[in-house]
Design a protein around this ligand. Structure first.
Ligand SMILES: [Zn+2]
Length: 311
């Protein structure tokens, strides 16, 4: 397996230094075409897919998204305190706290983990020190205990299924869809309104990172279909990429992975050698997506393991 795995890791490193224009759509706008989705955003003040530094955008009254390098989170300001999410890292969390302080004097009362991965969860100590309560799905806590990271603050409150946090007259719904990317990821729905915070299972305008790591392919696709079936939301804040994207990004991601799965299965069933499939399957109709050139082969390799090895 090493001949498959090592190129995946190298490709992760390559992929994070690539840049490309990216789609964002204002709330309420009509669904764009594929071509429109990769055009620059209508809001030219938004840095489309900046991987440098940090920025904070107000998406709706009291609902903000903070980006630090490649990773993004949200926070909500209420009359009784702030609800923060993924601290990202100790360095990012310091900047995150300072950005929150620019818009409110309220203390951070809660920190919510989207899932257990180390490019999102570390760095919460600064919020623990001011008395914040940490919340995650119970399966995240199990991961934190199984593979400890000294920079990750253990959750104080865990839940199974869905969970709703209420503070200062506002609500944050945490929606659990079962396993997909890991087995503790929640989609967050502020207020609950037309904007969802969706981490990692969709990165709008891009193909997945190398290896499509820690994804259960069929549960991932099921989750995306369930999100598509929820008709009462319009836009998403992603865990990576620009601040806001249209809900059609979910469909785009599902169609990409399902196309890969169908293509790899056809080759596999047709008797093509497993050593040939990674360089043979190329769904070029998706080549307009960011990271296609650097990540396509490793994405194919990941799908191949699904049909060849059952994971
Ligand atoms: Zn992740």
């Amino acid at each position: 397996m090493n001949t498959l795995v090592y190129p995946l890791i190298a490709s992760v490193v390559l992929s994070v230094v690539t840049t490309q224009a990216f789609a964002q759509i204002a709330p309420g706008q009509a669904q764009p075409s594929r071509a429109e989705m990769v055009q620059p955003a209508p809001n030219t003040s938004w840095n489309l897919f900046n991987l440098n530094g940090f920025d904070t955008e107000e998406i709706a009254p009291g609902l903000y998204t903070f980006r630090y390098g490649y990773t993004r989170n949200i926070f909500m300001v209420t009359d009784d305190g702030v609800i923060a999410t993924d601290p990202i890292s100790p360095e990012a969390a310091k900047v995150y706290r300072a950005e929150i302080a620019k818009v409110t004097d309220q203390p951070v009362k809660y920190v919510i983990y989207s899932h257990e991965h180390w490019d999102h969860a570390p760095g919460g100590q600064i919020f623990k020190d001011e008395g914040a309560t940490f919340i995650s799905h119970e399966n995240c806590k199990a991961h934190f205990e199984d593979l400890p990271n000294p920079n990750i603050v253990m959750p104080d409150i865990t839940f199974s299924g869905n969970y709703t946090l209420e503070l200062g007259g506002r609500k944050l719904d945490l929606l659990y869809f079962g396993p997909n990317h890991g087995d503790c990821l929640v989609v967050m729905r502020p207020d609950p309104g037309s904007v969802l915070f969706i981490v990692d299972i969709v990165v709008p305008g891009a193909i997945p990172l190398a290896g499509m790591a820690d994804n259960s392919l069929h549960h991932w696709m099921r989750t995306l279909r369930e999100l598509e079936a929820m008709e009462d939301w319009k836009t998403m804040i992603p865990g990576h990429a620009g601040p806001l994207a249209h809900r059609s990004a979910v469909t785009e991601r599902r169609e990409y992975v399902e196309t890969l799965m169908a293509s790899v299965k056809a080759e596999f069933d047709g008797g093509t050698s497993v050593f040939e499939i990674p360089s043979k399957v190329r769904p070029t109709e998706f080549s307009y997506l960011r990271w296609y050139d650097t990540n396509i082969q490793s994405n194919v390799e990941r799908v191949l393991t699904y049909y060849f090895m059952g994971w």
